[in-house]
Structures are given as C-alpha cells and as structure tokens.
Design a protein around this ligand. Structure first.
Ligand code: ARG
Length: 563
C-alpha cells in the first residue's frame, strides 16, 4: 500500500488538474510527530496560482477531497494533514514484511544488468590503509545494494601491482633488502625499503635512474625483475586477504594493473588510429582542452606506461567483457580530476560504456587531523585496528553477558561491525577524522547499537516461545508501534534511494532510525503481556528483527541473535 500514491491521487482529483501528480508528490511532507498526521500537504505554492489565501485553499481542498482511504484529514492553517487508516496499513505492512522475509525491499530496477565495481584496489608492497578500508566497505555495500535493486555487480579489485614504484622497490631491495626479513614480515619490510629509497634519492638522484631501468626490465619481462615482483605481489596479497576475511568481503576478480600490461599496445594503437595522440616534450599525450581538462599523459618519453594507460585498457576490457549497465569506480575524492580525464579519453575513443563511467568518490581519512601517506610512514594498519576493535568488543561482552555461548564469534561480528558501520554511517564524501575510541563506542549511533536492537528483538521472540504471530487487522494501540510500522514501510524506498545515490549511509541512517523507534516502543510498552494484541505485537517485533538484519546485511555487517 503506497500511501504517497493514495494521497497524491486524492489531491490530484480534488485539484482537478491544477497540479500534476509529480508536482503534488514532490510537495508532500512527513510531519515530525504522528499526532500531526502521517503525511502533510502545504498549500503555500498554490496561493499564487489560485489567487487565494493558503488557509482558504486548504479548507476548500479538505471539503472536496475523497477521504474514504484515510482515518481522517485535518486542516491546520495552510496544511492538510492526512491520517492513515492504521489498522489496514499496519496489517498490510507487517504482512508484506513477514511474507517476503529477507527479500523485503527487493526490486527489479536493474533487470540483471552487469555493474563492474572497481573497489578496494590497494597497492602491492604497501599496507592497506584506512583509505582502502573505505573503498572496500563502501564498494561491498554498494554491491549488496545493487543486487537488492536487481543488478548484477562484479566486484573487481584493481590491485596496484604495476608501475614505476616497482622499479624503486626492486632497486631498494637489491641495495638493502634481505630475503629472510621480507619472508618474516613482508609488507612492513617492503615499506621500510620504499621509505628509505625516498629518503636517499633526495641526495642520490642516480637511484631514480636505476629504478627506471628496473621498471623497464619488468615491463619487458626480465626474469629476475618478474620473479621479485611476483614474490612481492603474492606476499602482499596474502596479507590483504587476511583483512578481507576479517571484513567478510569477497571479490569476483583480482585483475590488477599488471593484468593489462599486454593490452596496452592495442590502446596506443587505437589512440593513434583515431589521431588522438600528440607528442609533447617527447611524451605522448591526449589533448583534452575541449573538456577543459589538462592533457592526459599516455606514454612517458622513455615509452613507459602510466596509471591512466592501464586504466584505459581496463575500461576497454570491462566494456567488452561485461557490456556494463553502469561502470563504477569507488576511489577517494583526491582522484576526482583524474577520473574526469579518464572518462574524457574513453569518450574520445568512443568506448560505448564511457558515458556510464561513474567515479564514486569518498572523503579522506585523517588521523588526528593529519593526512596518511606511505612515504612519510604515517600509516595505520587496518588489520591492527580491526583486531583492537574485536578485543574491545570481547571485553564488553565479557562484562555484559559472560555466559554467552559463542562469545568469540560474536566479538568478531560486533568488533568488525563497529568499524564498518562507523565508516558507512557517514555520507561518503565527508572527510573522517579517525579517532579509534569513537568508532568503538557501543552506544549512540553505532553498529553495535543496531546489532543490539536486533538481538533484543530476537530475545523477545525467544521468550514468547510458541505464541502464534499474526498480522490480522488487529491495530496495535500504542502510538510508538505506529511510528515503528511507518518506518518499516519506508525500507523499500530507502533501498532505491541508496542505489540511486550510491550511498550506503542512507541504509545506515535508516537502520539507526528503525532501531531508535523500536527501542522507544520497547521502553513504553509491555510487549509480552498476554492480551488480544500480543500476536500482532510479536509480528511487529519479528518484522523489525527482519528489516534490521537485512539493513545490516546490505552494509556488510552481521547481526548476531544474541550478544
Ligand atoms: N591503487 C590505487 C590507489 O591506491 C587505486 C586504484 C583505483 N582504481 C582504478 N581503476 N584506478 O590509489
């Protein structure tokens, strides 16, 4: 039952075509509290059109309106306030949720269209930073949200496993490296070499020449260079996989930048054939002045490829392999300009899916207000943050529920959930200053709070035991129950909005809202009292549990039944 549509239709008839249905729908508001009705129509904008006072318009409309679908319609000043038929609405909402279960909110908008999502994409031989956490969890959640909207996402981890930095790394390793050290602690050791390279090359510019030479060898398939590279890649990936396992995130492909190395020639050929390559100081560039963008550097003067060269090959590959309906890149907002250039080059080349290329930026993670970078050594190891969070969750559980059966498993779900939710509840373009202690708070607008609300609902259902759950027309008289039911009914619209805006925070904020209304209801009402409304109240609790769990799932957060 779509009340927005019902209200719109009733108003449209009463207005006899003076406003379109879309115009009416866009003006509808949701009153702050249920005592002012469930939907409100302001008449200010009609005043000009009808040359009447808004109050008068509201009065007239209320008289003309077909009110049979509503409990009542009230005029308050310039507003028409609609009160829904609570009994019918509650029964239908609960029925819909309980019948669909986890499928509640599923729609077919995407019609199975492929959507490659470029996500996570950390760089080999560097630790996965908090910035990569954002790409991983935002990308993962967008994939779940896309599936819920009928799309077929392809999670593509575009590993940074190619580029001139590997020349630097090999140079550094050959100068100062040691096999046993790297085996014992791969990423930390490799970072140490890399940082040292950048310190020393300030005074010894010849180091850069050596590095360039090693990268050239790597590109040309030199055996020693390739072996070192493969070793660095394998060792790094092993550490990344630890983090992915902790987060519960999987990928459909790990085709990193290196995968496209043998596909660069074709890119250059296409660019040449289309007369898009021009020489500039010995290098090959694509002029983008008609897009108001700086030229894109495609080949350096020594013929070496660049990040964008490999991205063009990647986009071409995805275009041919998936025929994408959308083409997403979940990458920090510091690369916004870069993705404008990439899109422009692809459009110039006439790649069919270029117009659908969508950069999904997100804000920076700072620590105590400072930017993180591998070079300066200011890095937070993601794995460490997750472990610490799990440890704190375990302490909390030991205190609150020492007899819980699967304590370790729940501590994992809560500790990791806290970090993931703590990220996703922020609008993604916001910058986040990361203060570990804040992310780990177990009350307020946090993941553990939503998880706890779900566990509380499950606990009520356990206590109720065999009582039948029914949605039979029985209206629940408690006004807090009514707010909870209306919030439940909002879920399908939130699923669509999150997809349209590629914005997991829509779901996270919704989950907080549902948990809050439910907890208010729980605080005010004795749910388990034996009376005629009990089966309907249990239906409501079951529906809340279902939708909270599904919301968390869309965010990549688990929902333990007990905690
Ligand atoms: N590895 C890059 C980085 O850490 C991100 C790659 C994003 N994806 C892409 N297709 N360019 O900055």
């Amino acid at each position: 039952m779509d009340y927005k549509q019902i209200v719109t239709a009733a108003l449209s008839d009463a207005l006899a075509g003076q406003l379109t249905r879309d115009e009416i729908a866009s003006k509808l508001e949701r009153p702050k509290t249920s005592d002012k009705g469930d939907m409100a129509f302001p008449t200010f904008t009609l005043a000009k059109l009808l040359h009447q006072a808004p109050q008068q318009i509201a009065q007239d409309l209320a008289e003309k309106l077909d009110k049979t679908s509503f409990e009542k319609v009230e005029v308050v000043g310039p507003y028409l306030n609609f009160f829904f038929d609570k009994g019918a609405y509650s029964a239908e909402t609960l029925q819909t949720v309980l019948t669909a279960g986890a499928d509640y909110g599923q729609n077919d908008d995407g019609q199975g269209g492929n959507v490659p999502i470029d996500m996570s994409s950390p760089n080999i031989a560097k630790p996965m930073s908090m910035g990569h956490l954002r790409s991983t969890v935002i990308g993962n959640s967008i994939a779940e949200i896309l599936t819920k909207n009928g799309y077929h996402p392809i999670k593509d981890n575009h590993l940074g496993d190619w580029g001139t930095q590997f020349g630097k790394l090999i140079t550094a390793y050959k100068l100062w490296g040691n096999e046993a050290d790297v085996k014992a602690d791969p990423i930390n050791k490799l970072v140490e070499y890399y940082v040292r390279f950048h310190k020393e090359d300030v005074d010894k510019p010849e180091l850069d020449d050596t590095a360039r030479e090693w990268f050239r060898k790597l590109e040309n398939g030199d055996e020693e260079a390739h072996e070192l590279w493969q070793w660095f890649r394998d060792a790094s990936l092993q550490e990344f996989n630890d983090v992915y396992e902790k987060l519960g995130v999987t990928f459909d492909t790990f085709n990193g930048e290196a995968f496209y190395n043998d596909k660069l020639e074709e890119v250059v050929q296409i660019l040449k054939d289309k007369n898009l390559l021009v020489e500039s100081q010995g290098a090959q560039v694509v002029d983008l002045s008609k897009y108001n963008l700086n030229p894109a550097l495609i080949l350096k003067s020594d013929g070496a490829s660049l990040y964008i060269t490999r991205d063009i090959a990647t986009a071409l590959y995805r275009d041919r392999t998936y025929h994408p309906a959308k083409n997403l890149y979940v990458v920090g907002s510091e690369q916004t300009y870069y993705f404008k250039q990439l899109k422009a080059v692809l459009q110039e080349m006439g790649v069919p899916s270029a117009d659908d290329l969508e950069h999904i930026p997100f804000g920076l993670i700072t620590v105590d207000g400072k930017k993180l970078s591998t070079r300066s050594g200011r890095i937070i190891l993601l794995a460490k943050v997750l472990d610490e969070s799990v440890k704190l969750a375990a302490e909390e559980i030991n205190e609150k529920n020492p007899d819980l059966a699967n304590k370790d498993e729940v501590a994992q779900q809560v500790g990791v959930g806290a970090i993931v939710f703590g990220d996703l509840k922020n609008e993604r373009t916001n910058n986040i200053d990361f203060v570990l202690a804040d992310q780990l708070k177990f009350e307020g607008e946090t993941g553990p709070y939503v998880q706890y609300s779900h566990a509380r609902a499950e606990s009520i259902l356990r206590k109720a035991g065999k009582v039948t759950i029914t949605t039979d027309g029985n209206q629940i008289s408690d006004p807090e129950a009514w707010d909870t039911i209306k919030t439940l009914a909002d879920f399908p619209a939130m699923v669509k909005m999150a997809c349209d805006e590629f914005e997991p925070s829509v779901i996270a904020k919704y989950a907080i809202r549902l948990a809050k209304t439910f907890n208010k209801y729980y605080a005010h009402s004795k749910i388990l009292t034996e009376d005629a409304e009990l089966p309907a109240r249990l239906a409501l609790v079951k529906a809340v549990s279902t939708v909270l769990k599904e919301s968390l799932r869309l965010l990549g957060v688990q929902a333990p039944d007990e905690m």
